[in-house]
Design a protein. Structure first.
Length: 193
């Protein structure tokens, strides 16, 4: 890719950039603004692109960094909300969903993903949704590949636990572990403290 290639590549990347921005911002207007700012940053800084880097990965990195900067600015200004708006999720067309049951399943999955801590949610979106390799996700988030693997593992485990146990009741293993901790030895430790 050269500086001349980016303007011709951006239109093809916009749907995926917008979907990613919507997922991390949770707001349609924020997502639109975020993609616009990221595209402007990319065009202004095309000389910083490293040969061999995917244009999509590079743009995801810019979108992510731009959003982090916006969150910091909002905290300084003490305004803004990062709450997920389900109406925005429903507005994303899903050509595969053809039945109400499919749509309900997708809403459950989006809810489970939304309940993850942000770091885990971002890794899951980049790897599982956007199809990035662990290394590409690590480059986008500027973290070691091991961190990506760890966050992804925890995210998958958390979502799996939610679907295995949707009522929110503790799993048998969790209950046994708590009972073991609250046995006589746990009481003795509390008394000694």
């Amino acid at each position: 890719m050269t500086g001349q290639d980016l303007p011709s590549l951006l239109p093809g990347l916009l749907p995926r950039l917008w979907a990613f921005a919507l997922r991390i911002t949770g707001d349609r207007h924020d997502a639109e603004d975020l993609v616009q700012r990221a595209c402007v940053h990319a065009l202004e800084r095309v000389h910083q692109w490293q040969p061999g880097t995917s244009a999509l990965s590079w743009m995801f990195s810019i979108v992510h960094t731009t959003w982090i900067n916006e969150i910091r600015a909002r905290r300084v200004r003490s305004r803004g909300s990062l709450a997920w708006d389900e109406a925005d999720v429903e507005a994303i067309p899903d050509l595969q969903a053809s039945t109400p049951e499919d749509l309900a399943s997708y809403r459950q999955v989006f809810g489970a993903v939304d309940s993850l801590p942000e770091a885990q949610r971002l890794v899951l979106l980049l790897v599982a949704v956007e199809g990035m390799s662990y290394q590409e996700a690590a480059d986008v988030l500027d973290v070691p590949i091991g961190t990506v693997m760890s966050r992804l593992s925890r995210a998958r485990r958390t979502i799996g636990d939610q679907f295995r146990n949707p009522e929110g009741q503790p799993r048998l293993a969790d209950r046994a572990q708590r009972e073991h901790r609250s046995g006589p030895a746990a009481g003795a430790r509390e008394e000694d403290a």
